[in-house]
Design a protein around this ligand. Structure first.
Ligand code: ADP
Ligand code: ADP
Ligand code: MG
Length: 450
């Protein structure tokens, strides 16, 4: 087993990783920015080292300083968490060259899947169904229009390097295509440093259903079932649940097998996620692979009783998976609400500030993964997600009842949060009936749309 690792992240995921390390007797080094001196992860790790100024580019994205911190503190590995450097192939490659274990897949695979156009290409050649579209080079806007005509409108123009719900545009006709194509290119260049685009058919009212993969370094690959992530705002997840009430056992089995096949096709290692879109006929398509731990991993942990972060650490320590596909038993139902410091009544504007009062819900079936405490000042420099509330019940109905009870109990003073907004989702008849798609928030919670 690895003896000591550095955690190249902050917030709740850094705390989550520290917890897993403690249980496995792995020593931890936190990195922090000048804006995170008092952060929980900084205080909780065995050691903490400042790597730069408050802006991400100066600290949590500062490869030279992070690697120096790793060497100085004698760490054998780096856990990148999600966001920041977690899907940066250059960082994973340098780690390897410096003999530091990057806790994730090989850099080549990160690079491959990070180019979402190439990922489509590879999945197609492995006979994995992908969304109808085009991932080749687009030479000119005329060429783009030709391709668009062949695929048929409406369609989506997507940045090959995109992520976090950014770099996606929907167009309904040639006029809109012309109008958006160049803009999408410019935007992609500005956000992701490159302007490669690809085109996909716009799937109307789909469900986003993803499969959690675990793969060891000996070539064993299993899945831990699916997560339903259709509740989104601006293509970003808001609330997730597992299992999905849309899948029957037959479709679940089929999609799980395809997900494992997709991971094997790229010689995947460690934890990863295969994201699918599913249309109303139950036809499913590969959308992308996330080559890292995911925000919503706890709901899978609750229904499988498998600690995914510990599995990541064991796999990175070259241990063979102890669980086979047949050992994975899905039991009960779990829901996660992302708790954000933002104002739903003001177009979800981020609301950093001091947490002046805090009461955290608990009780049977309630889990809170967060990095906040009373008196903590949420810095303005990072993501507005300050925690995740997860509930578990023996069935969906009871998981919902628990979530409503827990949201009700959650009291955060001093900053505005989306707790009431989450409650509204849970109360909506269509949510209660499991009758929802990715358009739910836009179409059903109209009071919040700008
Ligand atoms: P998940 O699929 O795990 O829910 P998200 O898309 O919500 O992942 O992203 C997780 C975190 O990583 C978020 O804080 C998001 O802002 C950030 N993130 C994801 N991809 C990118 C990217 N390409 N560039 C910048 N941030 C990203
Ligand atoms: P990201 O890398 O930002 O996570 P994804 O490719 O996973 O981007 O897409 C994010 C979300 O955008 C999906 O969960 C879905 O809601 C929506 N989306 C993406 N592609 C399509 C499509 N072809 N048709 C309909 N919705 C889509
Ligand atoms: Mg995605």
């Amino acid at each position: 087993m690895l003896n000591k690792i550095l955690i190249a992240n902050r917030g709740e995921i850094a705390v989550r990783i520290i917890r897993a390390c403690r249980e496995l007797n792995i020593r931890t080094v936190a990195i922090y920015s000048e804006g995170d001196k008092d952060a929980l992860h900084t205080q909780m790790a065995d050691e903490a080292i400042c790597v730069g100024g408050p802006l991400s580019k100066d600290s949590y994205l500062n490869m030279a300083n992070i690697l120096s911190a790793c060497v100085l503190t004698g760490c054998e590995g780096i856990h990148p968490g999600f966001g920041f450097l977690s899907e940066n192939p250059k960082f994973a490659k340098i780690c390897k060259e410096c003999n530091i274990k990057f806790i994730g897949p090989d850099f080549e695979v990160i690079e491959l899947m990070g180019d979402k156009a190439r990922a489509r290409e590879i999945m197609k050649s492995a006979n994995i169904p992908v969304i109808p579209g085009y991932e080749g080079d687009i030479n000119s806007i005329e060429h783009g229009l030709e391709i668009a005509n062949t695929i048929g409108y409406p369609l989506m123009i997507k940045a090959a390097a995109g992520g976090g719900g950014k770099g996606i545009r929907i167009v309904y006709n040639a006029e809109e295509f012309k109008h958006n194509y160049e803009a999408a290119k410019l935007e992609s260049k500005a956000c992701f440093g490159e302007d490669k685009l690809y085109i996909e058919k716009y799937i109307q009212n789909p469900r986003h259903i993803e499969f959690q993969i675990l793969a060891d370094e000996q070539g064993n690959v299993i899945h831990l079932g699916e997560r339903e992530c259709s509740l989104q705002r601006n293509n970003q997840k808001v609330l997730e649940e597992a299992p999905s009430c849309f899948l029957d056992d037959k479709l679940r089995k089929e999609m799980g097998e395809v997900a494992v096949r997709a991971a094997k096709a790229v010689n995947y290692k460690n934890a990863g996620t295969i994201e699918f879109l599913v249309d109303d006929n139950g036809k499913f398509y590969f959308m992308e692979m996330n080559t890292r731990i995911q925000v919503e991993h706890p709901i899978t942990e609750m229904i499988t009783n498998i600690d995914i972060v510990k599995e990541q650490l064991k796999i990175a320590s070259n241990q063979k998976l102890e669980i086979t596909q047949d050992d994975v038993k899905i039991q009960g139902h779990a829901i996660e609400c992302r708790i954000n410091a933002e104002d739903p009544n003001n177009n979800f504007r981020p609301c950093p500030g001091v947490i002046s009062e805090l009461y955290v819900p608990s009780g049977l079936g309630v889990r809170v993964d967060s990095a906040i405490y009373c008196g903590y000042e949420i810095p303005p420099y990072y993501d507005s997600m300050i925690g995740k509330l997860i509930t578990y019940g023996d069935n969906r109905e009871n998981a919902i009842i628990k979530m409503k009870r827990a949201l009700d109990e959650f009291a955060i003073g001093g900053v505005t949060t989306n707790i009431d907004f989450q409650y509204e989702i849970l109360e909506h008849e269509d949510f209660v009936n499991g009758n929802y798609t990715t358009s739910f928030i836009d179409e059903k919670l109209v009071n919040y749309n700008a």
